[in-house]
Design a protein around this ligand. Structure first.
Ligand code: ZN
Length: 180
């Protein structure tokens, strides 16, 4: 179990679709443990495997004191939406309002290969949508409208961390506990 460096915006792994997990083995359980440790240390409310450089469809969350993980998620989204602040551990210091479904039903597997269904609302729903996007190479800034996205890109380009060695730096700033 280890805290791994969090990959930052600009690292190609964050733009690459992750592969489904096929082996529910010891390596997978060790990946879930590393994701959990890294997320709690950051601290963040969620973390997806590509954010630590692993191209597998796995993520963890830590919302309202509850830790969870999901493998190979499939989401059903509510029509009702929520508009609120969102951040990302791979985009340190950025927090912007982002439109998401208000609730989500996520079907997938736990690290032992048992089928699980997670029902989430509010922040848990937001975290699950955000992390599932990571598995498809999508970042939350992609979900912003054009003007907000342009402003976000400006902030990113001006950030100290941007253009630094994205391979070895551990995310230096938490986004108020709402990093995902
Ligand atoms: Zn993120």
């Amino acid at each position: 179990m280890a805290i791994r460096p969090i990959r930052l915006f600009g690292d190609p792994v964050l733009r690459t679709a992750a592969a489904p997990v096929t082996d529910f083995d010891k390596e997978l359980r060790s990946l879930v443990a590393d994701l959990t440790d890294t997320m709690v240390d950051a601290p963040g409310a969620g973390l997806a495997a590509p954010q630590i450089g692993i191209g597998l469809r796995v993520f963890t969350w830590h919302v309202e004191g509850v830790l969870g993980h999901l493998v190979n998620p499939e989401l059903s989204l509510s029509e009702e939406t929520q508009h609120g602040p969102e951040g990302c551990l791979s985009l340190p210091g950025l927090s912007l309002d982002c439109l998401r479904a208000q609730s989500v039903i996520a079907r997938g597997f736990n690290m032992f290969g048992d089928p699980v269904t997670i029902e989430g609302t509010d922040l848990l729903a937001r975290a699950i949508q955000h992390e599932t996007d990571h598995l498809d190479g999508i970042l939350f800034i992609d979900r912003l409208d054009r003007e907000a996205r342009k402003a976000a890109m400006r902030t990113i380009r001006e950030s100290e961390w941007f253009g630094a060695d994205t391979q070895v730096r551990i995310s230096p700033h938490a986004t108020g506990g709402f990093g995902l």
